[in-house]
Ligand binder design. Structure first.
Ligand SMILES: *Cc1c(COP(=O)(O)O)cnc(C)c1O
Length: 384
């Protein structure tokens, strides 16, 4: 039975939703009419604007967050056989990007109250082959970068920040986008800011940025626009790259959306505070914790259900009430692909246990207090 208010069926409440304004549409139409559809002036413009927003020096725009992670893995020059430590609870792309480069993901466990990569587990998983740690800013909270840096320094280990959940979040006063050797963002519609599909890799290192710019365009260092400007036709492919370019039209959308990003982060924080309040004292569902030295950009609002509650039944009951919840995530190493490569249960016991009890509640900037109360009331009914 869908939720009813005054006898009227309430609309389905999705777990996430993008916002497209008239200004976005105008910017996209302008770009379409400008003559530049793919790599034009809006690409470097968006790169500079997003990097500046995060306080980073260089931005490399690509056509997905996954492509940004792949660029990062190439930029640190992984070799086959190298190991990359990845938290067990994340989107599969965090690990897959290492596999693309022939490296071996090694799954670290997570903290049970934040689901962030646990530095204690990372320390145990480091071997002489470890070349990188992927720090995932799960749900919008930055990982413990200082602890991870301490483990990485003097060992030649790079920190790749998977900040796809966390634009605008702070770690000890420092902005996401500046916390990894390369920091990766996604502009998928469910994320904070969208270019339909898209992503960006940020870095302080100009040489790594140049490498990633070539890698996103077949491994060719010059692009059509720069050759045309120089009156030249010759180009050289120096390594095997991909076509990961983000079109000008989509960068126009990103530029228009960027002006509203800060407000959206604030809205998400306001909604999270409403949830925290409404859930306080509810024994059946415990919100994740945010560490006192960080702010949380709240891409997701995740609760842990008490051990005796059947999570999948709650998911189904909420759906019947017209409320879309989700699960972020099942442990990466338990997917068939990774099981087929020899991974299996037991590698990350905390992640494996907690992933059975987590539920992602609706979270998007346009949500109202009434929406939050509706979700919490439905959760009360579903979790008994
Ligand atoms: C969304 C996401 C990605 C991948 O981004 P796409 O743009 O969908 O390719 C990678 N890692 C995490 C943690 C994500 O949430």
């Amino acid at each position: 039975m869908p939720d009813r208010e005054g006898g009227i069926d309430l609309p389905f409440l999705p777990y996430g939703k993008q916002q497209i304004a008239d200004a976005d549409i105008k910017a996209v139409v302008e770009a379409l009419c400008s003559g530049w559809l793919t790599t034009g002036p809006r690409v470097p413009e968006f790169e500079k604007a997003f990097a500046a927003h995060c306080g980073a020096r260089e931005g490399v725009a690509v056509n997905s967050g996954t492509a940004a992670l792949h660029c990062a893995m190439r930029a640190i020059r992984l070799a086959p056989g190298d190991e990359v430590i990845v938290p067990a609870i994340t989107f599969v792309a965090s690990a897959n990007a290492a596999v693309y480069e022939g490296a071996t993901p090694v799954f670290a466990d997570v903290e049970s109250d934040t689901l962030l990569i646990d530095p204690v587990s990372v320390a145990i998983k480091i071997t002489p082959k470890t070349r990188a740690i992927v720090a995932v800013d799960y749900a919008g909270q930055p990982a413990d970068y200082d602890a991870l840096r301490d483990l990485a320094k003097d060992r030649g280990i790079a920190i790749i920040a998977d900040a796809c959940h966390a634009p605008g979040a702070l770690y000890k006063g420092r902005r996401t986008g500046t916390l990894g050797d390369v920091s990766c963002f996604s502009f998928h519609p469910v994320k904070h800011l969208t270019t339909c599909e898209g992503g960006m890799a940020l870095t302080e290192d100009a040489a790594m940025a140049a490498h990633m710019r070539a890698f996103r365009s077949h491994g060719i260092a010059s692009d059509h626009r720069s050759r045309e400007a120089a009156g030249a036709h010759a180009y050289d492919m120096v390594e095997l790259g991909y076509n990961y370019r983000l079109p000008d039209v989509q960068c126009a959308l990103g530029m228009a959306q960027l002006t509203r990003l800060e407000g959206w982060v604030a809205s998400r924080q306001r909604i999270a505070a409403l949830y925290d309040n409404a859930l306080a004292g509810m024994a059946e569902a415990t919100p994740l914790k945010t560490h006192g030295d960080r702010t949380n950009a709240h891409h997701l609002y995740v609760v842990k259900l008490a051990d005796h509650i059947n999570r999948d039944r709650v998911f189904a009951r909420m759906r019947e009430e017209g409320i879309g919840t989700n699960v972020h995530y099942a442990p990466v190493h338990l997917h068939s692909y990774y099981r087929g490569r020899g991974y299996g249960p037991g590698l990350a016991p905390v992640a494996e246990a907690v992933s059975k009890q987590i539920l992602t509640l609706p979270m998007f900037p346009a949500m109202t207090e009434t929406d939050v109360n509706r979700v919490v009331a439905a959760l009360h009914r579903a979790a008994v």
